[in-house]
Design a protein. Structure first.
Length: 262
């Protein structure tokens, strides 16, 4: 009888594994996909990591080892939100003078969704923690999975207040309660405190499909769906990111705009 129970349990486990697609999405004991790990997300922040070259030159992007030609840099057309007419001129002004006004270049948090997908995910049955290494330093977001969860401090913040839930095998993170001191993108894309961001993460084998939709009924003419991103699992551990160091911006030569397509 005991052997029959063991066999029956094994068959049920096998059936459940096939049904869940365990080969494509490892799972925790509670049955939800396991998102734990370090993920390469193609954030592309090398414009703030210049390398010294020959004769005092400085290489900012597409740098190559001495004696080698730099590899061609892929051109990515940035996706941008559509603004109501009364805000277009202000956004264009900030974009044209990014180096002068960009809060990230002054070590302020980038906000969401500008910070992009997480670099590392720590997942439990009660919450998911996103860890980031960004231009302006290390950041984290704690995403409770309990709909009754509430921060002790409910004031508006740079990263907002997140709450997660599962829709099948997709982790859905809804974030609100932002301040209005961050940009949505590198191009001066401001927002109001009515900003709402919905992120969706779904694991497929060693990758995660990441999608995000931004809503701001005050400034945006329509909801903005960001370009989908694919995160790839990596065995390179997530170390302590370098601290943000505000550069001496008073000596900048002009208001030129960098080409990072984030």
């Amino acid at each position: 009888m005991r052997n029959r129970a063991i066999v029956t349990g094994a068959v049920a486990l096998l059936f459940t594994s096939v049904l869940w697609g365990a080969a494509s999405a490892p799972r925790l004991l509670n049955g939800h996909p396991d998102l734990n790990g370090t993920w390469e997300n193609g954030g592309g922040i090398d414009f703030v990591k210049p390398l010294a070259g020959a004769k005092g030159s400085v290489c900012v992007t597409g740098c190559a080892a001495p004696g080698q030609k730099p590899a061609p840099r892929a051109v990515v057309v940035p996706d941008r939100p559509v603004y109501k007419p009364q805000y277009v001129a202000r956004v264009q002004e900030l974009a044209a003078k990014q180096v002068q006004f960009d809060p990230v270049l002054r070590c302020r948090p980038p906000g969401v969704p500008r910070i992009g997908p997480p670099d590392k995910i720590v997942q439990t049955a009660r919450e998911v923690v996103f860890l980031y290494e960004d231009v302006s330093g290390p950041f984290f977001r704690v995403v409770p999975l309990d709909p009754k969860a509430k921060r002790n401090d409910d004031s508006e913040s740079y990263q907002g207040e997140a709450l997660g839930h599962w829709e099948g095998d997709t982790l859905v993170v809804e974030t609100r309660n932002f301040n209005d001191e961050t940009w949505l993108t590198d191009d001066g894309a401001i927002h109001s405190t009515q900003l709402r961001v919905t992120e969706r993460l779904r694991r497929n084998g060693d990758t995660i499909d990441y999608r995000a939709v931004v809503e701001d009924p005050v400034m945006l003419a329509q909801p903005w769906a960001l370009r989908p991103r694919t995160l790839t699992r990596t065995e390179v551990d997530f170390g302590e990111p370098a601290p943000c160091i505000e550069q001496d911006l008073q000596h900048m030569m002009d208001d030129s705009h960098h080409t990072n397509p984030r």
